[in-house]
Design a protein around this ligand. Structure first.
Ligand SMILES: [Zn+2]
Length: 414
């Protein structure tokens, strides 16, 4: 059965649900600071699980704390259609981000419940743990674990700046589930997310369909030097790891500017040094580097320059530099069939669509490695994101929610 085009989500109910989420883990005014597996994330998870149970869903939690909420299908042994995103946020995060993807999935299930419609395939909502990577680096590690990209034990051993490992925080918050990680191949994966860029807002288009992702290279770089007294120690004998890190930050920024005209970006978002105290030279430092470009060949050239910059920064400060971890994603990995399905449903509902490249990382990238996946973008005001001023126009978001409802419904009934 196909849902008729006049059927849409209950936007009032969705807004109330989002409002309740927006009160958990308040950050700067209007924003959220709901870092993965902190107390606020735990409270949000508890409420989300309660909502899922109230909607008649069977909830299970895997060993990485990923939450799956299942709505049975008429042919319940078929592989489920998986729909979701993440409820965690950055330290200065917004109220929408991936939250709309998880709560949008909940609203679509509630709507199917209202209609008394059981789809052929089961539908499972998913909330991925630690998408942001704001507490446990790198990002998207638990969807990556599900997709077999990362080993379970490696993910559990990731350590937060504030001390505990991801595994310890899962235990503490009660989200160390017993379902095995992965272990099944979904029929398909749908994710709704705000665009996190200005294109849809500027062009007045409400449904963005992601066809590819910017090539991204991540590096964790460490420098080693020697501690010494800031006073007597001669300049020519200094091996200041903080200086090496600072030089790398400037060199990496230069790379971004050199490729800015063609849309290249470079970021050093984080610098840590030890002992990082007044009056002493630091003997250890760590910098995270991020390089992005739409063209994978240019991204590779930029990444090559990062390697040289690490050597140059280390040499200038008399230190040694090492890349201790590297990661990379990007390309065209979304399913042409699902993309066509989303476009067809959006047009049937009267919404114009636009194909986009995603510049941010998303759980959908890893899911696309194991099953057909699609990522739908909805506009956010002026593209502002990872910022407490992140905002969306609810009427424009409705278009994305309705498209998700119809696209998932059609797939689950196919
Ligand atoms: Zn997100």
């Amino acid at each position: 059965m196909q849902l008729t085009a006049d059927i849409g989500v209950d936007l009032g109910r969705f807004a109330q649900t989002l409002e309740a989420s927006s009160r958990i883990g308040a950050g700067r005014e209007g924003g959220l600071a709901r870092l993965a597996l902190g107390d606020a994330d735990r409270d949000m998870r508890d409420l989300f699980v309660q909502w899922c149970r109230e909607a008649g869903l069977a909830v299970r939690i895997d060993e990485l704390g990923n939450i799956f909420a299942r709505r049975a299908g008429r042919e319940d042994d078929l592989a489920p259609v998986l729909v979701g995103s993440h409820l965690d946020t950055q330290a200065n995060g917004g109220r929408f981000d991936g939250i709309i993807g998880v709560l949008g999935a909940l609203e679509l299930v509630r709507r199917l419940n209202d209609l008394g419609h059981t789809t052929r395939r089961p539908i499972e909502i998913v909330n991925w743990t630690n998408e942001e990577g704001a507490r446990f680096s790198p990002p998207m590690i638990c969807s990556g674990g599900f997709a077999g990209v990362y080993e379970r034990d490696w993910v559990l051993a990731r350590r937060a700046d504030d001390g505990p490992t991801l595994g310890e925080e899962l235990q503490r918050t009660g989200y160390a589930g017993d379902a095995p990680v992965g272990g099944f191949v979904p029929d398909s994966y749908f994710e709704l997310h705000i665009e996190q860029g200005p294109i849809l807002d500027a062009e007045g288009i409400d449904v963005g369909i992601v066809t590819r992702a910017y090539e991204s290279h991540g590096f964790r770089v460490q420098f080693s030097g020697d501690t010494a007294h800031a006073g007597p120690w001669p300049m020519e004998r200094r091996r200041n790891a903080l200086v090496a890190a600072a030089r790398l930050c400037v060199l990496v920024d230069d790379i971004g500017w050199d490729f800015a005209e063609s849309g290249g970006k470079s970021t050093t978002a984080r610098l840590v040094a030890w002992p990082n105290k007044t009056g002493i030279i630091s003997d250890w430092s760590e910098v995270n580097v991020d390089i992005r470009h739409e063209d994978p060949r240019i991204a590779a050239i930029m990444a090559e320059r990062v390697l040289r910059a690490v050597g140059e920064a280390a040499a200038r400060a008399g230190c040694t530099g090492e890349i201790v971890e590297r990661w990379n994603w990007g390309g065209e990995f979304f399913d042409p069939g699902l993309i066509a399905g989303v476009r067809e449903q959006a047009l049937r509902l009267g919404h114009a669509t636009r194909d986009l490249a995603s510049q941010a990382g998303h759980d959908a990238y890893f899911l696309a490695r194991i099953c057909p996946a699609v990522l739908i973008f909805t506009p956010c005001r002026d593209g502002i994101t990872h910022n407490h001023r992140e905002d969306v126009d609810m009427e424009r978001l409705r278009a994305g929610l309705d498209t998700l409802l119809h696209a998932v419904g059609a797939r689950a009934d196919a």
